[in-house]
Design a protein around this ligand. Structure first.
Ligand SMILES: [Zn+2]
Length: 175
């Protein structure tokens, strides 16, 4: 079977679609340098996703999450730029062919590529929320404070800060 055949089929779907949305996950951002949970990147060997992504652990051991954020997540997200796949989806939207992107990703790269309608199923790690007063902060502002404050507290009320993303309530099934 020709390797171009899947792309021909995709091109046909796009050309004939009346309404179109795109579902995206970790694969679309891997080329931008965002590690996937299931990849063999060494970053994930230092921090255990079953711990840093678990909500009970976040509350009982917030230093673990924020150390992961400081050393791994923030550097990865802040340095990443959209790749051609993000750009292609943004262009399809601009042409009126794509209604929205629905994504599991929390990296904000689809918006950075220019997409206007992005539905984030798991939230966005660029946004940090105070669980007490609900104020939002940028990840840059919180990352700066991590140099002297671990875990960081809300500057307005002293409350618990949490990245505005979905955490798991149990171990991932593949672990
Ligand atoms: Zn607060």
């Amino acid at each position: 079977m020709s390797t171009s055949r899947p792309y021909d089929a995709l091109r046909g779907f796009i050309a004939s679609a009346r309404q179109m949305v795109a579902f995206t996950g970790a694969g679309i951002s891997a080329e931008s340098g965002i590690p996937t949970y299931r990849g063999d990147d060494g970053l994930w060997n230092k921090y255990d996703p079953a711990r840093f992504a678990n909500i009970d652990n976040f509350f009982s051991d917030p230093e673990y999450y924020w150390s992961f954020f400081k050393e791994v997540r923030y550097p990865a997200i802040s340095q990443a730029v959209p790749n051609r796949a993000h750009t292609a989806l943004a262009q399809l939207e601009q042409k009126g062919a794509l209604k929205a992107v629905i994504t599991q990703n929390i990296d904000g790269l689809q918006q950075a590529a220019g997409s206007q309608k992005v539905l984030e199923l798991h939230g966005n790690t660029r946004r940090i929320i105070c669980l007490q007063c609900r104020q939002h902060q940028t990840m840059e502002a919180v990352h700066q404070r991590l140099a002297t404050e671990l875990p960081p507290k809300c500057p307005a009320c002293g409350g618990t800060l949490k990245p505005d993303v979905v955490f798991s309530v149990k171990r991932f099934p593949w672990m």
